[in-house]
Design a protein around this ligand. Structure first.
Ligand code: CA
Length: 220
């Protein structure tokens, strides 16, 4: 899963992006409105954290332009404390949730998990597929009740497939959602991660759909 953090205060921006990376997300950072708009316009993010007061172009304008352009990714806005009109305007402009500054990082992470799973149509924080269970709160993965250790990339790939378990996911889509902007991307490595996941979770868990991509197989 991949997140865009838009915040012009360097200390807060570093704290938020470090917490998200520690929680397992691929993270891109924008420090002003135009840069945020451009990144959100071309990349596929699973969520965006958007400060409203930004140099260049304010957050509400960025959000409005994304939505008018059909960009539907979940957006959590950061508002000033007690600014009820920021919250109302932000939600009316297409934000999915808001968080007033200052906030606890635990609350930010919980809200991000919630908007990511709602956008994927999942109601509960525990994602289950056959014997495989991924608890999005702790990041723990188990198979038939036994804990499974995954690398950061394997974990992101599994999390994306589990959020989108009802459809075929293309290799390029996976690349978009497991790497940050500056990362070395190689779509062949997706195949490597998939084969490692099959080894750890059982060969039948991920089907290769020839010429299209991959599908998580969840027997009901
Ligand atoms: Ca700001």
């Amino acid at each position: 899963m991949r997140i865009l953090v838009v915040e012009d205060e360097p200390v807060l921006s570093d704290q938020v992006s470090a917490s998200l990376r520690f929680a397992g997300y691929a993270v891109d950072v924008a420090r002003d409105g135009p840069q945020a708009y451009a990144l959100g316009d071309v990349n596929a993010y699973d969520a965006v954290i958007l400060d409203l007061g930004l140099p260049g172009m304010d957050g509400l304008t960025v959000l409005g332009r994304w939505r008018r352009a059909g960009r539907a990714m979940p957006v959590l806005i950061l508002t000033a404390r007690d600014s009820w009109h920021d919250k109302v305007e932000g939600i009316d402009a297409g934000a999915d949730d808001y968080l007033a500054k200052p906030f606890r990082m635990e609350e930010l992470l919980a809200r991000v998990r919630a908007i990511v799973r709602r956008a994927a149509g999942r109601a509960t924080p525990e994602l289950v597929c056959g014997p495989v269970c991924l608890d999005t709160r702790s990041g723990r993965v188990s198979c038939a009740g036994l804990p499974v250790a995954l690398t950061a990339h394997e974990h992101r790939l599994l999390a994306y497939l589990m959020h989108h378990a009802d459809r075929v996911v293309s290799r390029s889509e996976l690349v978009e959602h497991i790497y940050a902007e500056e990362a070395d991307r190689d779509s062949n490595t997706v195949e490597v991660f998939v084969s490692r996941l099959r080894r750890k979770l059982g060969a039948a868990i991920i089907t290769t759909v020839r010429g299209t991509g991959y599908r998580l197989e969840c027997p009901s």
